[in-house]
Design a binder for this molecule. Structure first.
Ligand SMILES: C[S@@+](CC[C@H](N)C(=O)[O-])C[C@H]1O[C@@H](n2cnc3c(N)ncnc32)[C@H](O)[C@@H]1O
Length: 516
């Protein structure tokens, strides 16, 4: 029996063979689907025959979706944040819907959720703004003979007006804020304020889908497939408050199955949140959601104790209506402010080796030594030079400004926020450095030479008025076995054993009782 992956590969080979480019491949796949769906299959075209044959297997929508996703990604035309829901997860979403109610799929894509629900007998309104994905969904639903149960709407999902006999399901686009064009961000932010839930401009695209779904007056239930990072982070507070106000029923944490990421193509852990409007909207719901972990094998939550601890932590956060509870003991944040290092917007442009700075003739006053990598011993070779032109830039720096423009560095997100685009604001050097991410153990190093750090390294800044010996005691603990273990409990985990320590998580880390 062929695996799903081998079917996707065979299909891709079939459509790549006659095609000259990714665009031709995509066209060939979509037109073949439309021919098969319209019973106009052309027997002389092997791709039509291949699709017809594939349509008999259970994983057909996924094979087509995965092949389509892959050609559009190659062509770089996928709407940002688009990852399709694997069949197993799609079934999990649909199993949480209220029976008998029409379902609105916000951002339906090629229909992984919509088709699964329609096959289960639901009537679905599939709202999608990408016309070609809608064509694919149309064709798939015809081939699977569920077209009469799906209503296709080519429109903005966040403007959809529903009815009171409907419910929502969605796998919203997971797009971080810096990839959302400024004009779109302004529209989204306006929408959030109109819904009574203003979000900071740093909110990702999925956050707007969340508040849209959790503030509608018409939906009877919402089942959302989301990333997990906002659940226990400080910046997720607004979203947690809105979720608590709505009435959370269940939070299902999905780590990996078989040690593989939940979404094959997105580096994130996911959760399924089921909410149902409370009868009174004026008070926060006191109903505690059921929190459970599903699909966790070979991952951080596969151990019973780790799972119990994580669930207890979430419960505690949610009990306080989304506010992270105040910590009765001392935390790292009482001693240090933890800050990210310098964000340039383009390290390959702003950070120079000594040799390249000399070659470009950039004088020392336009350069500042900066640490690019943190290891146990800080070596000279790990030092680089941040190009920060003085108020009146040297001739060599003016040449570099012109070069940056010709390379479109001035158009990157961070550069566009600066005036002029190349003036990076420089913080004071931190007292200590700490690893931000890695696969080994986190490291804390004293900043003996007063260096700056790039944003892949955190800076620990001693709070005003605290003596150096307090800092040394905390750092000694952070470097100890128990300190490293404590740091790793607040780290976020990613595929392949990668972890990340967010500054807020480190600041909230509780210190041992008698340390200070
Ligand atoms: C993460 S994909 C999920 C697709 C599909 N529901 C699934 O689960 O496989 C998100 C989809 O939302 C669509 N989308 C993004 N923003 C949208 C909007 N404002 N209105 C309608 N669709 C949108 C994208 O084109 C993409 O197809």
């Amino acid at each position: 029996m062929r695996t799903t992956a081998s079917k996707v590969n065979a299909l891709l080979r079939e459509i790549w063979r006659p095609a000259a480019s990714a665009k031709d491949t995509r066209r060939s796949l979509v037109s073949s689907l439309l021919r098969v769906a319209g019973a106009r299959r052309c027997r002389s075209r092997p791709i039509d025959t291949a699709i017809r044959k594939l349509s008999e297997s259970d994983d057909f929508p996924w094979v087509i979706g995965a092949a389509y996703w892959s050609v559009r990604r190659k062509e770089k035309s996928l709407p940002s944040g688009t990852v399709f829901t694997p069949p197993k997860l799609a079934r999990q979403v649909v199993s949480r819907l209220l029976p008998g109610l029409e379902v609105v799929d916000l951002g339906a894509g090629t229909g992984m959720l919509a088709l699964t629900a329609a096959k289960k007998g639901f009537h679905v309104i599939a709202v999608e703004e990408d016309s070609e994905m809608m064509l694919v969904l149309d064709a798939l639903s015809r081939i699977l003979k569920v077209r009469d149960r799906i209503d296709l709407r080519l429109e903005n999902a966040l403007g959809y007006c529903g009815r009171s006999d409907q419910q929502i399901m969605a796998n919203p686009p997971y797009t971080r804020h810096h990839l959302i064009p400024t004009h779109k961000k302004k529209v989204l932010s306006h929408l959030a304020s109109r819904l009574g839930a203003p979000l900071p401009l740093t909110a990702g695209h999925h956050a707007y889908f969340m508040i849209y779904a959790w503030t509608t007056r018409w939906s009877q239930r919402e089942v959302l497939l989301l990333p997990t990072n906002w659940l226990d982070a400080k910046y997720g507070k607004e979203l947690r408050d809105i979720m608590m106000m709505r009435g959370p029923r269940e939070i299902a944490i999905l780590e990996s199955a078989d040690g593989r990421p939940v979404f094959e193509n997105a580096l994130t852990t996911a959760c399924l949140i089921t909410t149902q409007a409370c009868s009174s909207r004026t008070t926060h719901s006191k109903q505690a959601p059921r929190i459970r972990v599903i699909e966790a094998r070979n991952t951080r939550l596969n151990h019973r104790v780790a799972r119990r601890r994580y669930i207890a932590k979430l419960e505690k956060i949610l009990q306080s209506d989304g506010r992270v509870p105040a910590n009765p003991g001392h935390t790292v944040g009482d001693v240090f402010r933890v800050k990210r290092g310098v964000a340039t917007g383009s390290n390959s442009f702003f950070v120079l080796s000594r040799a390249s700075a000399d070659e470009l003739g950039i004088p020392d006053e336009d350069l500042q030594p900066i640490l690019r990598r943190l290891s146990r011993r800080i070596l000279r070779s790990q030092l680089q030079h941040l190009w920060i032109p003085a108020k009146h830039p040297s001739a060599a720096s003016l040449r570099r400004v012109r070069k940056g423009r010709s390379l479109h560095v001035d158009e990157t997100y961070l550069c566009k926020q600066r005036e002029p685009w190349w003036r990076i604001s420089i913080p004071v050097p931190p007292t200590y450095f700490m690893s931000y991410m890695g696969r080994g153990e986190p490291t804390v190093k004293a900043n003996e030479r007063g260096l700056l750090n790039l944003n892949n390294i955190h800076g620990l800044y001693l709070r005003d008025g605290l003596p150096r010996r307090v800092a040394e005691r905390v750092v000694a603990w952070l470097r100890s076995r128990s300190g490293i273990a404590a740091l790793m409990t607040c780290a976020r985990r990613y595929e392949g054993g990668l972890w990340k320590l967010e500054p807020g998580d480190v600041e909230r880390l509780e210190l041992p009782k008698n340390l200070l």
